[in-house]
Design a protein around this ligand. Structure first.
Ligand code: SF4
Ligand code: SF4
Length: 480
């Protein structure tokens, strides 16, 4: 190797740095309280929701949120979606992405810091670890200690048992969204549940335990694409957890800063106590500037505010701020915050538009539907009396209560319609009963007098006798 060659600008070091053990310290304050509240809310919803009941009438599942894979239905309180309505899910995904973009444009990685499952579960696992092994100093001491004592074995066993219990609970709750929860719980306890349920619980128990217990910040750093996407989407006006170096520097100990100030020399508000670093769940120093590792959880704000309160200096040395404001303060100008700016207004506008389209689609979607498939072989049959018969497979979809419908064929003169196995007729039209939340597959024979070769467009229409609701599908009648 030629030692005279200077390091290339591309020598960034290894792409993966071995995990450094992080021992976040306990902290109290506004952002910690927000995180506790959101954790309770998110976990509460996740664990309790499968047991919430919703009366949909006889014959329908009464679980408020249910993914019924067997019958291809998704129930969400008063909404029931069929596979044909997958566009609603597409709309939901678009809304979720736009909301994430909006959160990012307003307050940086708010999702990562407060709501992401990886953050919520890791935070919970940290709380368990702290409860059993003690706060930062004790944990560092215990992890560095050589030899294993009985007390340490008990602690580790207890910690990992509770982690596994939480992980198992997490996997267990997940499968309850796919079946009637109380029934599935009984089946799981008595080992009568489907094998797939046990497999999913095992997979999710393992992933939760490994991701939240062992990998922690490594997931955010190496596995999750959002930090990279977020970095590309952000702009200079987005509020991020920021060390206000205009106020903090020159950092020095409390004693030295008191001396400097007494001597009329400049001294920053940062007393270099490292509390902001000690509480950080990813183990970084926010004073080094905005970093991709930072999940923007705000805990360093709480830590620093506590220090500032103790030493009698103004709080918010670390705060949600922008580099623009730092530069403005340094130039003696007033801070400016631009929450409402073209980017956020566009996001809000698109969210409102997509939300309105989805609401309209939901409110006006058909509760009765019909699909028609013309027989391919034979495409048409000439009967003994010379008339022509075409056969169709017709599928009716009834998303409401039991109903009786009639079937009409429009656009074909002198057509005679017969539904195989349904001889009941109302006003000369075949009459079919379709159960609640069911589909019905019909064999429909349409006969018409012979005419010149070619095809005639026709419309098959079903009409609910009681409500008058109709649905129609187009096809053709083919002459041989
Ligand atoms: S630097 Fe502050 S905001 Fe960022 S992850 Fe650490 S504690 Fe959270
Ligand atoms: S907690 Fe505040 S005062 Fe202490 S090192 Fe961090 S920024 Fe400086």
């Amino acid at each position: 190797m030629n030692k005279s060659v200077p390091p290339s600008e591309f020598d960034y070091g290894p792409l993966y740095a071995p995990q450094k053990k992080v021992y976040p310290q306990k902290v109290s304050g506004t952002f910690r309280n927000i995180k506790w509240a959101l954790m309770a809310l998110c976990l509460g919803i996740y664990y309790i929701l499968p047991f919430v009941r919703w009366n949909r009438g006889p014959g329908a599942p009464d679980q408020a949120v249910l993914v019924d894979l067997v019958n291809g239905r998704f129930y969400f309180f008063f909404i029931e979606l069929w596979p044909q309505e997958v566009y609603i899910f597409t709309g939901l995904l678009i809304l979720a992405a736009l909301t994430l973009f909006l959160m990012n444009a307003v307050g940086g990685r708010m999702w990562c810091g407060y709501l992401c499952p990886q953050t919520v579960w890791t935070d919970l696992f940290f709380a368990v670890e702290r409860l059993i092994e003690g706060d930062r100093r004790e944990r560092i001491k215990k992890h560095a200690a050589k030899g294993v004592t009985f007390e340490r074995i008990v602690e580790l066993t207890l910690k990992h048992s509770i982690w596994l219990l939480i992980a198992w609970w997490t996997g267990g709750a997940w499968v309850l969204y796919f079946n009637d929860a109380p029934t599935l719980v009984k089946e799981l306890v008595t080992f009568q549940a489907p094998m797939l349920a046990y497999i999913w619980i095992a997979i999710l128990t393992a992933t939760t335990y490994v991701l939240a217990g062992w990998m922690r910040e490594q997931v955010c750093l190496y596995m999750c694409p959002w930090p990279r996407i977020q970095a590309a989407l952000t702009d200079e006006w987005a509020l991020n957890v920021t060390y206000r170096h205009d106020r903090g520097e020159q950092r020095m100990s409390l004693k030295k800063s008191a001396e400097a100030r007494a001597a009329g020399k400049p001294a920053g508000d940062c007393v270099d106590c490292y509390q902001c670093v000690n509480v950080c769940p990813v183990g970084i120093d926010i004073r080094n500037g905005l970093q991709m590792d930072c999940i923007q959880c705000g805990l360093c704000i709480d830590a620093c505010d506590n220090v500032m309160e103790k030493i009698g200096r103004p709080t918010h040395l670390i705060a949600y701020d922008t580099d623009i404001n730092i530069a403005r303060r340094q130039a003696g100008k007033k801070e400016i915050y631009r929450i409402a700016r073209p980017r956020t207004i566009v996001y809000v506008g698109i969210i409102a538009l997509v939300g309105s389209i989805m609401l309209y689609a939901l409110a006006t979607r058909s509760m009765l539907d019909i699909n028609v498939l013309h027989d391919r072989n034979p495409i048409a049959v000439r009967l003994a009396d010379g008339s022509i018969r075409n056969a169709y497979t017709v599928r009716l979809l009834n998303k409401r209560d039991d109903r009786t419908v009639t079937l009409d064929v429009e656009g074909l003169a002198q057509a005679v319609v017969h539904v195989v196995g349904h001889d009941s007729v109302a006003s000369g039209r075949p009459q079919i009963v379709v159960g609640r939340d069911r589909t019905a597959e019909l064999r429909v024979l349409v006969t018409a007098p012979a005419a010149a070769a070619g095809s005639t467009p026709l419309t098959m229409r079903v009409t609910d006798i009681a409500s008058g609701e109709t649905a129609a599908a187009a096809d053709n009648f083919v002459m041989p």
